[in-house]
Ligand binder design. Structure first.
Ligand SMILES: *Cc1c(COP(=O)(O)O)cnc(C)c1O
Length: 479
């Protein structure tokens, strides 16, 4: 496919509208560029076709089933997009006085209140721009807490090995030493190992729940008790709240802080790098440390304020505000009844698909039932046929299905992690299950068709290492 610069022809343009008759503004010479920017010169139809072609070459939730585990690629109601695009929201200036942006402050305030109710927390910041950013913010809260008590010995964060990969990374980024806690045979946290690891140097625990095997840890109350008795705090990775929202609250399970991924559970289309939002909620004793500014309401007016011992800003302005608009719209539309129903259907759909495949594919720990996602272990298929999880994933592309998450979690070899989400119909799930079973047969009868898949996508098997390590993101001009 040709790039815009390759389609460019000197002098070609889109001068469809009459020339602007507004006098040019008078800028100071040092604010002006010396030479005009080098932009491609194109007609409107060329430009339109370029972007349409790009859209055709990608796969989104709007194209087909997208069971990417841990990512919650669910369909998001279009009305939330319309609301986020309302000029009163979309055209606000972040520096305009709070008195002229009361509606926007109300959105932040009401979203915070509802998300606190859903998580069982006292206060929340909307600043973090993504889940991992929220984790980092939450860990800074934990550090501030120990510092405020003069406890400098707590330098370690306990992270179960079934945690999302961002958990240990965030803990290391925040300056903690990461201590891995092994899982037991049922895929939960090994309590004896946790007891042995927790001590006077424990700053806290980061728990992904449901974990990356798609399991809710049945010992969750015991886990938070052990960590609290050792003097640590408990952090809940709530990126995948899709499975439990409206049914169980991290605050009630003993957690002191939590982040949510609004761009997964609360209706923002994501993928390809953004935009996201990873609000962090905490119990009342940590609120004084939350990032500033926060919003409060007094005498019918919304105002910004800075918590007493605020750790400062973690992002410019107020986070990705439009994502919060969508989340609030989603929560208000679903309401008290719809939110738990969405979680029930997410869990039902995952179990339905898992049970349709379980007689054929091996499941990692979740035969008895999963939450919103499940993990298949393709080690046996690989041993029998030489077909890998990668081959199966690539073959699905031939049929217009986005593959599940591959080779994650790391504690399962040849892993495929599938999350159908609540927005898929039974027909879609049945069609996907039939396809997985067909691919299993192909692996035994015609493995070559899997090794060489995909066969009908715009590109086949890219060199993934080079694509990740040496991406070409700049156009190489000849001069
Ligand atoms: C997606 C996810 C994250 C990271 O969220 P980002 O927005 O991608 O930074 C963290 N934890 C879990 C469990 C996740 O699923």
């Amino acid at each position: 496919m040709k790039l815009l610069f390759e389609r460019s022809r000197p002098g070609r343009g889109m001068e469809y509208l009459p020339p602007c008759d507004t006098p040019a503004a008078d800028f100071a010479p040092d604010a002006l560029r010396a030479a005009p920017p080098r932009l491609p010169e194109l007609s409107e139809v060329d430009l339109d076709r370029h972007y349409t072609e790009l859209a055709r070459q990608t796969h989104g939730v709007n194209d087909g089933f997208y069971p990417l585990g841990s990512c919650t690629m669910k369909y998001n109601p279009r009305v939330n997009e319309a609301l986020a695009a309302l000029p009163g929201f979309a055209e606000l200036h972040p520096l305009q006085p709070a008195g002229t942006a009361q509606g926007a402050l109300e959105v932040l305030y009401r979203a915070e209140k509802l998300l606190c109710e859903i998580t069982g927390m006292a206060g929340m910041t909307m600043q973090p721009a993504a889940g991992a950013h929220g984790e980092y913010t939450g860990l800074l809260l934990i550090r501030r807490y120990h510092q405020s008590r003069g406890d400098a010995a707590r330098t370690k964060i306990l992270v179960p090995d079934s945690a999302h990969g961002t958990n240990p990374a965030s803990a290391a980024m925040a300056g903690f030493t990461v201590v891995a806690v092994p899982s037991n045979a049922r895929g939960g946290v090994d309590l004896d190992a946790l007891r042995a690891a927790a001590g006077p140097d424990t700053a806290g625990l980061m728990l992904t729940n449901p974990n990356t095997l798609g399991l809710f840890d049945p010992n969750i109350l015991e886990i938070t008790r052990i960590v609290h008795e050792a003097g640590g705090l408990c952090y809940y990775d709530g990126a995948n709240l899709n499975a439990i929202m409206g049914h169980a609250r991290p605050g009630d399970m003993g957690f002191d802080c939590v982040h949510l991924n609004l761009h997964k559970t609360f209706s923002t289309p994501h993928g390809g790098g953004g935009p996201g939002s990873g609000p962090v909620g905490c119990k009342a004793f940590l609120e004084q440390f939350l990032p500033a500014p926060r919003v409060r309401c007094a005498d019918g007016a919304y105002r910004f304020f800075t918590p007493e011992h605020s750790l400062g800003r973690v992002r410019s302005f107020y986070g990705n505000f439009a994502v919060v608009v969508r989340a609030l719209a989603y929560m208000l539309a679903l309401g008290r009844q719809g939110i738990p129903e969405a979680a029930e259907n997410a869990v039902l759909n995952a179990n339905y698909l898992m049970h349709r495949l379980a007689g054929t594919y091996d499941m990692a720990c979740c035969e008895a039932g999963c939450m919103h996602e499940f993990v298949m272990d393709l080690s046996r298929l690989k041993a029998e046929t030489g077909v890998t999880a990668m081959d199966v994933a690539k073959r699905l592309l031939d049929f217009g299905i986005h593959p599940p998450t591959m080779y994650f979690p790391l504690i399962v070899h040849e892993a495929l992690m599938a999350e159908p989400t609540e927005t898929e119909s039974r027909e879609t799930l049945d069609a996907a299950a039939d396809l997985f079973l067909q691919i299993w047969d192909e692996a035994h009868t015609d493995p070559e068709i899997l090794h060489t898949a995909p066969h009908n996508t715009p590109i086949g098997r890219p060199d993934e290492v080079s694509a990740a390590r040496r991406p070409v993101v700049r156009y190489a001009f000849e001069s």
